[in-house]
Design a protein around this ligand. Structure first.
Ligand SMILES: Nc1nc2c(ncn2[C@@H]2O[C@H](COP(=O)(O)OP(=O)(O)OP(=O)(O)O)[C@@H](O)[C@H]2O)c(=O)[nH]1
Ligand SMILES: [Mg+2]
Length: 252
C-alpha cells in the first residue's frame, strides 16, 4: 500500500527536521508531503534541500499563509493524483506522536477513516492549559450535539484516510479554512457512510514554535457546524453520493 503523510507547516523549522527523521526511523517506506505557506522561518527552503536527496520527501509551497483547510485539500489532491492508497495527516509540532503512525496503518485495513482521538477513554492530553482543554472538549460536545455525528474527537488533526474513499469527497468545494476543516471532513465521510474508527492517542502540547490558533478560527468552527447540519444542498448532495457508492456507480 503506497502511503503518504501530509503535514501542513507554517513556521515549523524548530520541529520539522526532527519530525521527518523520526517518521522515517519508524516507517522508512512511507512518503512525506509538506505543504508550506512560504514560512518566513525558512521551513520550505530546508525541505527543498532534503527533497533533493530523498525522493520520499515531497513539497508544495504556497505563496502566503492561506489556512489549514486549503493546505490539506491541496495535499490530499496531490496524494490522490499521485496514486497513493493511504493518506495520513498530522501536525508538525510533535503534538502527534510519529510512533502511532504504524497503529493507524494497521487499523485502516478495516476502515475508511481512522481518527486519532483524545477523548475516548477520559482525556488523553498532556501539558495543555485548562482553558485550551475546555475549549477543545466544549467544541466537541457542541459539534456532537448539533451534527449528531457519533465522534468523540471531531477536531483533532491526526488521521488516516483510505484513498479510494477520500476520492468521494469533493475537495474543491470544501470551504472550511481553519480547524473546522477537521469537522467538515469527518462530517462528509460519516454522511457518505464511511467506516470510521476512533483510535486512542495521547496528544502533547507543542514542544517548540508558536501556535496559529486564533479567535477567527474558533468562530468559523462555531457557525460551520450549523451549516454542515442544516444545509439542504450539502446534505442532499451527500445523500446522492452515498447512494452511488452503495450501488457501486462511479462518483467522479
Ligand atoms: N500550510 C499551513 N499550515 C498551517 C497553517 N496554520 C497552521 N498550520 C500548521 O498546521 C498544524 C497545526 O497547527 P497548530 O498551530 O499546531 O495548531 P494547534 O495544534 O491547534 O495549536 P498549537 O499546538 O497551540 O499551536 C501545524 O503543523 C501548523 O504549522 C496555515 O495557515 N498554513
Ligand atoms: Mg499544535
Amino acid at each position: 500500500m503506497k502511503t503518504i503523510v501530509v503535514i501542513p507547516t507554517y513556521n515549523e523549522i524548530e520541529n520539522i527536521p526532527n519530525l521527518i527523521q523520526k517518521i522515517h526511523s519508524y516507517l522508512p517506506e512511507i512518503d512525506i508531503l509538506i505543504v508550506d505557506d512560504n514560512s518566513p522561518d525558512g521551513t520550505a527552503q530546508f525541505i527543498e534541500k532534503l527533497k533533493a536527496e530523498n525522493p520520499k520527501i515531497h513539497l508544495i509551497v504556497r505563496q502566503k499563509k492561506m489556512g489549514l483547510g486549503t493546505a490539506y485539500c491541496t495535499g490530499f489532491q496531490y496524494a490522490l493524483d499521485n496514486g497513493f492508497d493511504i493518506v495520513m495527516q498530522m501536525d508538525a509540532d510533535f503534538s502527534h506522536d510519529p510512533k502511532d503512525l504504524s497503529v493507524f496503518l494497521k487499523e485502516i485495513r478495516n476502515y475508511d477513516l481512522v481518527i486519532g482521538s483524545r477523548y475516548i477513554h477520559g482525556i488523553n492530553v498532556v501539558n495543555w492549559p485548562l482553558s485550551r482543554l475546555f475549549l477543545s472538549k466544549g467544541a466537541n460536545v457542541y459539534t456532537r450535539l448539533i451534527t449528531r455525528m457519533p465522534i468523540q474527537d471531531a477536531t483533532g488533526g491526526f488521521k488516516c484516510f483510505r484513498a479510494d474513499f477520500l476520492r468521494y469527497i469533493d475537495l474543491k468545494h470544501i470551504r472550511s479554512n481553519g480547524y473546522s476543516f477537521q469537522i467538515e471532513m469527518n462530517y462528509r465521510m460519516w454522511r457518505l457512510g464511511a467506516r470510521i474508527k476512533e483510535l486512542d492517542i495521547i496528544f502533547n502540547d507543542r514542544r517548540s514554535g508558536s501556535s496559529k490558533m486564533n479567535k477567527k478560527i474558533i468562530y468559523e468552527a462555531m457557525w460551520k457546524v450549523w451549516i454542515l447540519r442544516f444545509s439542504l444542498k450539502l446534505n442532499k448532495e451527500l445523500d446522492n453520493i452515498k447512494k452511488l457508492i452503495k450501488n457501486n456507480v462511479p462518483v467522479r
